[in-house]
Design a protein around this ligand. Structure first.
Ligand code: ADP
Length: 430
């Protein structure tokens, strides 16, 4: 591997998972860009990054489509000059008997000529560990953790060798913790043995960050690695020995001047708390009345007028409401219709605020973030320091950069909105 940038190309199967691994790489010294879909080959910032993370939305789409999108992302990352590739999925191994972890991993391995590929979902810092091939969430087996009831990817078996085998064509094996703890030579001997046995995918045990670092090091010449964000912590060191990474400067972001807004579309407990904390401090906020919105009242215009009247301060515009009220609204309008309508409204508001000179956006809610990023036509993000675990400060790519903090509903603590706005005010280059 040479020191041409970018070096590491990541294909992530969802948006927040992409941010998660991007943040992990930044924290370990790689300057990282996250793109929404296929990266623009001509973006000068991409050519300066150590790692590029492509955010797909391929976790639960049909396997053939997930393969197609992942191979297209791989091609784009190869064209950028990346030399090692990472397929990122959730640390709870979210998938079904049809896929998409096995089919996508096998398609990428075939395209890259990688005979034996590891599958390492462990993320000990979040309580996800793999022991004897079984995935634990905290003290519970995955299949007793609540994930067995997931609406789209119910994880009813914690035995990942069996689970991955069901969705793979090739043979699936295990590298157990004893081998991982025995160190580099033994781990690599397991890879050789798998190759001789015609085993192509290897679930690999890891219960600590030290295990993940050892695995990352043992995979230094693997052109494809797959896993959660945890095992990615071992990869930057492999490049550091070959070239100069951004290191401490990896998280630097340009300072963006302009007005600020917080848009909240999550119904989660934590976002409710964050809205309550904002309102308790008597900061300006506009509450979207969803039933008025549904009946055609000019709610979006009102929100914009409210912003204009308070634009010298940061303003919160929110649809967030307590669970009982949300249920009532959903019962009246339908869950799906209500959700889409609110996402659409917040997207419209974001676009109109951008035209008014807003360049700092704090967004609460995973789907809401997707809608806002789309409405603002954001194609990619430069990833900065974490504001809260899993939520980095970011700046968009392109000629008119904006500062964004995009969080899933339950992330951050009660004063996250203020923390995020303060992070935007700091001189990131410092
Ligand atoms: P989270 O990260 O907490 O899951 P999301 O943004 O992903 O948040 O999902 C929240 C969903 O709830 C979105 O589709 C949003 O549009 C919808 N929503 C938010 N507020 C309301 C409301 N008051 N009434 C109905 N739906 C709402």
């Amino acid at each position: 591997m040479s020191c041409q940038r970018p070096m590491l190309g990541v294909i992530a199967d969802d948006f927040t998972g992409a941010t998660d691994i991007a943040s992990m790489l930044v924290n370990h010294g790689m300057r990282t860009i996250q793109t929404i879909g296929i990266p623009d080959q001509n973006d000068p910032l991409i050519a300066q990054a150590d790692a590029v993370v492509v955010a797909l939305k391929s976790r639960t789409i049909p396997a053939a489509q997930a393969i197609g999108q992942s191979l297209a992302a791989l091609k784009a990352l190869q064209d950028l000059g990346c030399q090692q590739f990472f397929f990122k999925y959730c640390s709870t191994f979210d998938s079904t008997a049809e896929g998409n972890i096995g089919p996508v991993a096998e398609a990428l391995a075939a395209a890259l000529g990688q005979a034996v590929t590891i599958a390492a979902p462990s993320l000990p810092v979040n309580g996800r560990t793999v022991y004897n091939g079984h995935l634990f969430v905290g003290h519970a087996l995955l299949s007793d953790s609540g994930m067995q009831n997931h609406p789209l990817t119910p994880m009813t078996d914690a035995n990942l060798v069996r689970w991955l085998q069901a969705q793979s064509r090739g043979r699936v094996g295990l590298v157990d913790l004893a081998a991982v703890r025995a160190g580099d030579q033994t781990i690599r001997a397991c890879f050789d043995k798998a190759r001789a046995d015609d085993t192509s995918l290897l679930i690999i045990d890891a219960i600590s960050d030290a295990d993940l670092l050892a695995i990352g090091h043992a995979c230094r010449d693997h052109v494809l690695v797959t896993g959660g964000s945890g095992v990615a912590m071992g990869l930057p060191d492999n490049f550091r020995t070959l070239s100069v990474l951004a290191g401490a400067g990896a998280a630097a972001l340009p300072t963006i001047k302009g007005k600020s807004v917080v848009l909240a579309g999550s119904g989660s407990l934590m976002t409710n708390k964050q809205v309550a904390t904002w309102n308790a401090a008597s900061r300006p906020s506009y509450r979207i009345n969803v039933l008025d919105l549904a009946s055609g009242k000019p709610v979006i215009d009102e929100a914009i007028n409210f912003f204009d009247a308070h634009a010298e301060q940061a303003v919160l515009i929110y649809a967030t409401c307590p669970a009982e009220e949300l249920k009532r609204i959903q019962a009246t309008l339908g869950v799906h219709k209500a959700g889409e309508m609110v996402e659409h409204a917040l997207g419209d508001i974001a676009r109109r605020l951008l035209e008014r000179g807003v360049t700092h956006f704090v967004v609460a809610g995973g789907e809401t973030s997707g809608a806002v990023v789309q409405a603002l036509d954001v194609k990619g993000l430069l990833i900065g320091r974490p504001i809260a675990p899993g939520v980095p400060a970011t700046v968009s790519l392109g000629a008119k950069p904006i500062a964004l903090a995009l969080k899933s509903g339950n992330f951050g603590d009660a004063d996250f909105f203020t923390k995020a706005l303060n992070a935007f005010e700091e001189n990131y280059d410092a």
